[in-house]
Design a protein around this ligand. Sequence first.
Ligand code: E4P
Ligand code: PEP
Length: 338
Amino acid sequence: MVIVMAPGASDEETDAVVSIVAKAGGSAFISRGVSRTIVGLVGDIDRFQTLGLDGKPGVAEVLRVSVPYKLVSRENHPTRSVIRVGGVPIGPGTMTLIAGPCAVETPQQTLAAARMAQRAGAALLRGGAYKPRTSPYAFQGLGEDGLRILADVREAVGMPVVTEVVDAHDVPLVSRYADMLQVGTRNMQNFALLQAVGGCGKPVLLKRGLNATIEEWLMAAEYVAQRGNLDIVLCERGIRTFDTTTRNTLDISAVPVAQGLTHLPVIIDPSHSGGRRELVLPLSRAAMAVGADGLIIDVHPAPEEALCDGPQALVADDLAELAHAVRAFPPMIGRQLA
Ligand code: E4P
Ligand code: PEP
């Protein structure tokens, strides 16, 4: 059983809940987040249900759940959540396009990519200042200089910024610049990082691990939620299978399956899954048709010069088709482009 305290609940109110549970023979574990405090209960659940915990001062919700992911489960939170990133909604009713360069390379390249993204219909700008690379000799990102470029481009174009954090120690720094923190596929089970972003006070984009089951992905989200941060968006970005024709295999069924299990929004990354520019549009159409709450797409003004993932970046010529698709498809399933 999990108790979610109301935003603004006092420490005394939380302590009162803990003491009621202790008197009933149970144990309570408190996670204090920036915006919410969560109390996990261990013991006789039937007994806890007689304690009237939902009526105690400061208690927002009492969740009794049978699946191992409790806070992110749809079982006790049937309504699908809308997560806002700098005011931009991601969730049911809308289809949100996030686009931008894979990596922040220069101010000019980032600004050009942001303008391309905006013309295509993107409401949010993506771009990596910290790049998780297979090779230690590959471009690792510009670090804080990259974050400054993203912040300047946000000023120039007015798009909130989504950027990856790869190390728990960098979470406070990245949170100062970003509107949403991304945890990439390679770090989906980096539990220290998940806990750190759980306490960062900003929405989190959690990509599915290359080899992760949907349950493992939702348990990773639970780590973030358990620290009091329920502003999580899940991203299916392809998994590793026997087939090497594409960079990864997009698990399109992950969208409706995950949406049935969790109240969190689920988006698709057709760039990193397909790994090739010509696959981005067909995979985006498939994602929208299956009900994805958004898309995150790489664009680059000169992909032949890109320092990371050039072959999958859309170029100016591709954008008219993308712009058409993201406006035409969502209304067919009762959504609007955010
Ligand atoms: C992208 O954004 C990642 O950093 C990239 O896909 C890493 O892949 P690679 O280092 O194997 O090129
Ligand atoms: C990215 O989006 O920049 C990225 C590194 O993606 P992934 O973690 O899915 O490989």
